[in-house]
Design a protein around this ligand. Sequence first.
Ligand SMILES: [Mg+2]
Length: 321
Amino acid sequence: VGELELIEAIERVLERRGERVVRWVGDDAAVVRARPFAVTSIDTLADGVHFELSTHAPADVGWKALATALSDLAAMGAEAGEAYVSLALPGELGAERALELVRGMEELAAETGVTVGGGDVVASPALVVSVAATGWAESEDELVGRDGARPGDLVGVTGEVGGSAAGLLLLRGDTRAELSVDEREALLLRHRRPRPRLAAGRLLAAAGARAMIDLSDGLATDARHVARRSGAELIVRLADLPLAAGVDQVALAAGRDPRELAATGGDDYELLVCFAPERREAAEQTARQAGTALTWVGEVRGGQGLVLEGATEELSGWEHR
Ligand SMILES: [Mg+2]
């Protein structure tokens, strides 16, 4: 299959959603009806660094590449809009598996109402997938940065953490945990097909979130970004982290502390969010409206950096991704 044929096959997989996209794949550039504020993020996943083609199906790689980019939009409180994709494909991957990758990406695009509006395909010695995603907002105050945490704020986490790291241990055969089939599948799904918290991000932003970040590299690293950008100290109690079902067993069977695994493992794509204490109940209710739960795991103080209460050593997540 030649490159042109592959591109035509990819175009047939993609669908245009909504009224915003005026011109897209098939033209030299995409044309979109803009809203006042464009929110753009780019993420790159490389074989051997962020996933292994030996353990990850191409469709899961495509899904995850879009998920990581959309998760950053969620963390800003933006409405997800369009994605643009660069695929660097090794010859041995073959056209059919390249198409599977695009189909996996398109599945998440359909679920989130996103249009994959264009992209590029190049030959490469290793599979590398870059996704730039653009989200939209009507005004600047709809959006939330990492820099708004203030002493006295509460620190919360949506959903559950540690599931992706536990799923990866299972995928690699690094644990002998005895799990039910359902628990095992849920953890593997968590790793292979993370769901960006787009609804929660928008609603929490509207409910007055002061600072927000998505947990992509692991809480130990991501929470530190919020502390640094806010010029404050974040205290997070490991004992209060909401662990996904099965994380305990998987971690212990692998000789790891479950809460430390959850704090250092990346790829959960939950949101860490800071609220003024008087917004506590509103924030909890908002998270429920968005189909998730908010668990309070710590506070903001007037110092600097991140304190992980209950950690036996200095912890960090993935820092070179
Ligand atoms: Mg991020």
